[in-house]
Each structure stands twice: as C-alpha cells, then as structure tokens.
Write a protein that binds this ligand. Structure first.
Ligand code: CIR
Length: 259
C-alpha cells in the first residue's frame, strides 16, 4: 500500500447511541461498552501511527459516531456526502469545518444525489461505489465525476439485492492495491473480474469490513479465520471488539475518516 495515513477524525458515541438506525436484530447496544470499544479503536489508530482528532459528540444524531458516512477522503479528493437516511442528513454540517481544515477545496454531493461514505471502496486509483438503499445512481455519478478530476476511475456495484449488508464496504474492502476482501455474495461479482479477492465465508461475513491502516489491518475480534488468512499473506491483523457497533449495523471502517 503506497499511501501512509497520518490523521483520523472520529466522534465518540453518545448516551442515546441505541436510538440510531439498525436492522441488525442483535439487541440494544450497551453505551458504556460501546464507549470502551470506541476508546480502544482510537488507541489502535494511534498504534498505527495516526493522530486522532475528536469531533464533538452529537446527541441530535445518534448515528454520528459512524463518521465515515459523511465524507469521502481519498488522495487529492475530499467530498462531503449527502447521506441517504433522512435522520443522518444533518450530520454533514457537523463535519464540514473539520474537513475544510484538512483540505480547503471540498466538493459536495447535492440533491437529488445521495451517497454514504460506507458505499465507497477505494482500491488503488479506482473507486467501487455501491448502489444501496442509501446511495443512489445520481450520488454515484456525482462522486465518479469528482473522482475523474482527481485521476480516479470509478464503477458501481448494485448491492440492493444483498440483504445482509447495509453498505458496499460492509462486504468489500481493499487491504492492499493488489488484494480485496469480500463476502461470498460479492467475491465473484463481475465488477471484480481480474482482481485478486480473498473470500470471507458466511460464518465470518461481518469481519469482511476490515481496515488497512499503514502496517496493520484492523479486524473485528472473534473471527479467527480471516485474521489467520491475512496473517498468512503477510498482513498484521489488529483485532478489536466491535460487538456494540455491530448491533447498530456499524463496522470498523465507519468509525473514522482516515487520511
Ligand atoms: C446507519 O444505519 O446508518 C448506522 N446505524 C450504521 C452506519 C454504518 N456505517 C458504515 O458501515 N459505513
């Protein structure tokens, strides 16, 4: 992986975190456990060499801890999103200022486009953009146009028929310019033809949302097969408890914006 991350933006969960959106049916999350898991996640980012900036917690937006959905930050490209869930639209204003501090020239997805950052999988200089129940074709089109200006190609993958994932990156991530990790339902998708794909079995599907951060790969704890497979390929997995975020349909990538 050529890019070195130096900073991350995060936002701690609020006490009303359980009021956020979820279809997971895993029960209500425990706030104090979620807070501890979030703190451990931030420690892990620091271990990977990043400085971690905390944005103010947002009680008005119980899903705001899933900060990844509000912006797409890839090399030379910063795009504020327009989240597809009405209850999350207002989150973008709360990250605008912090994102502007990162790069002055910020682009923005506008209506009728919708786009969640979790639907954007950066792989080398290509963006796979998920068409989901949150991201629509117009949002993807706008992002692809911004991406082209920044030298990225882009293609879409329609995930609306895959009930088990909320966002594309819930089931497809890039751990290296030459390796994707994907759930069964995506591993043999035509859009991935020609790419090397490590397929995560059904029993470990949640772990597909792992995150390459410099020398490490953050992986959800409790999914030993993926961790072992990554280790055997020379990666250095860093397991993290994610149970409370999983209950709210969230994964490792959505808890930070990394750049
Ligand atoms: C939501 O439904 O929007 C949140 N409860 C979870 C968002 C997870 N985000 C992500 O995977 N990028």
């Amino acid at each position: 992986m050529s890019h070195v991350f130096t900073r991350a933006l995060v936002r701690a969960p609020t006490a009303n975190f359980a009021d956020g959106l979820t279809a997971a049916q895993l029960g209500a999350p425990d706030f104090s456990r979620a807070s501890a898991q979030h703190a451990a996640y931030c420690t892990a980012l620091r271990e990977c060499g990043l400085s971690v900036e905390f944005l103010a917690p947002q009680r008005t937006y119980p899903d705001a801890t899933f900060i990844e959905d509000t912006a797409v930050i890839v090399r030379g490209l910063v795009v504020l999103t327009r989240p597809g869930a009405a209850s999350r639209l207002g989150e973008v204003a709360t990250v605008r200022e912090a994102v502007m501090r990162v790069v002055g020239n910020v682009r923005e997805i506008v209506a009728p486009g919708t786009l969640d950052g979790g639907d954007v999988c950066e792989h080398g200089t290509h963006l796979f953009i998920g068409i989901s129940h949150r991201t629509n074709a117009e949002g993807a089109r706008q992002l692809a146009a911004f991406a082209a200006e920044a030298g990225y190609s882009a293609s879409t993958i329609d995930i609306r028929g895959i009930a088990s994932i909320l966002h594309l990156k819930s089931g497809l991530v890039s751990v290296d310019d030459g390796l994707l990790v994907a759930i069964d339902a995506l591993a043999s998708h035509a859009a991935l033809k020609g790419h090397e794909v490590l397929c995560v079995g059904a029993s470990e599907a949640y772990a597909a949302n792992c995150v390459r951060v410099n020398a490490r790969v953050l992986v959800a704890e409790g999914f030993p097969r993926l961790a072992a497979e990554l280790a055997s390929r020379g990666f250095d997995p860093l397991p993290l408890s994610m149970s409370e975020f999983q209950k709210m349909d969230g994964g490792l990538s959505c808890l930070s914006l990394r750049f």
